[in-house]
Design a protein around this ligand. Structure first.
Ligand code: DGY
Length: 326
């Protein structure tokens, strides 16, 4: 029997590749960069299954080009790169990788929060430059974290994990949820309060974004939003870049409308908006939320298991359009 042909759009950790190779013919993008659109469309023309990255747009044009496709597995939990409605219309199963990167992403949110609050990157630069004149009582004053108010925008898996990690810092936790439903874990463990975005903006000392990118959350944070935050507030984004209107953020950080920001994701990834790199009150890292060995290995295995299930006509573990199996 012919082995199914699988294409992986970037080299991923070997765990998933090894699993796929047991039963499939596996081809991997040999370049250490995302494929250009034409390269991607040409590569998928004869493939039964594809594992792709969030930089790959999975839409009607992709499905038209992938004529033999029986399933698409995203190597990411976020899936704003996939036109799920279009996939469903075509009866094409699509999947993502939830769960395996929850702790790693929540930990990165905390790393950014502390880096901004305690000016870690700015002061590291000063040490390396040799410009530190020695300890001074008025130098490099940062923000306290313990006892402050943490606002979680999006109390899903990663938002919940991030909030739970605040326990050691005795913080008051507020959160919003797109479902409008109370999060029982946050309620029970932290006595966290489900609030409106307005209340969260007005009350929080730290705001961490964990909501998916949708038409409703695109530019949720813009000039008007920053104006409603405390001037001492610090904003953290490990979710998706376009949730923040980045030129408004540059202006708000520059004018000290808000005190700081820690960013893992960018509106026009991989580019940063002009001016952001010059701001000492911004800490910027290159989309490394899930970049730990166990998370990436977990993503690799989960994406492979999802794809194998789809190739066998079965519902994958983390299916984005389960209704097609009904
Ligand atoms: C995701 O999984 O959505 C992250 O942003 C990338 O690992």
């Amino acid at each position: 029997m012919r082995k199914p042909k699988v294409f992986i759009t970037r080299l991923i950790p070997r765990e998933g590749i090894d699993l796929l190779k047991e039963t499939c013919e596996v081809e991997i993008n040999p370049q250490d960069r995302p494929l250009h659109r034409e390269e991607l469309l040409a590569q998928v023309a004869d493939k039964d299954g594809v594992i792709g990255m969030l930089s790959d747009r999975i839409d009607a044009e992709f499905f038209d080009a992938a004529k033999a496709l029986r399933g698409y597995a995203n190597f990411a939990v976020g899936f704003d790169n996939i036109d799920v409605a279009e996939a469903t219309r075509r009866n094409m199963p699509v999947s993502n990788t939830p769960g395996v990167l929850t702790q790693a992403t929540a930990e990165l949110a905390w790393a950014l929060l502390f880096a901004v609050a305690r000016r870690i990157v700015e002061t590291d630069r000063i040490m390396r430059s040799g410009a530190w004149p020695g300890l001074g009582p008025l130098q490099f004053i940062g923000a306290d974290v313990s006892g402050k108010t943490l606002g979680i925008v999006g109390g899903g898996r990663i938002g919940t994990a991030m909030a739970l990690m605040s326990k050691g810092f005795q913080m008051r936790v507020l959160y919003t949820n797109t479902s409008g439903k109370e999060n029982q874990t946050l309620q029970a463990e932290l006595r966290a309060r489900l609030v409106s975005l307005d209340e969260l903006l007005a009350e929080s000392d730290f705001i961490s974004i964990h909501t998916p990118l949708t038409p409703a959350t695109r530019h949720l944070f813009k000039a008007e939003t920053f104006a409603r935050m405390k001037p001492a507030a610090i904003l953290i984004n490990t979710a998706r870049g376009p949730i923040i209107k980045e030129d408004d953020l540059v202006a708000a950080l520059g004018s000290r409308t808000i005190a700081g920001a820690g960013l893992d994701v960018y509106e026009f990834e991989p580019q940063m908006t002009a001016g952001l790199a010059d701001l000492n009150n911004a800490v910027v890292v290159p989309h490394i939320g899930s970049a730990t060995s166990s998370s990436r290995a977990g993503m690799s295995l989960l994406a492979a298991r999802n794809l194998l299930a789809m190739l066998q006509g079965e519902k994958p573990e983390s299916c984005l359009n389960p209704e097609i199996y009904a």
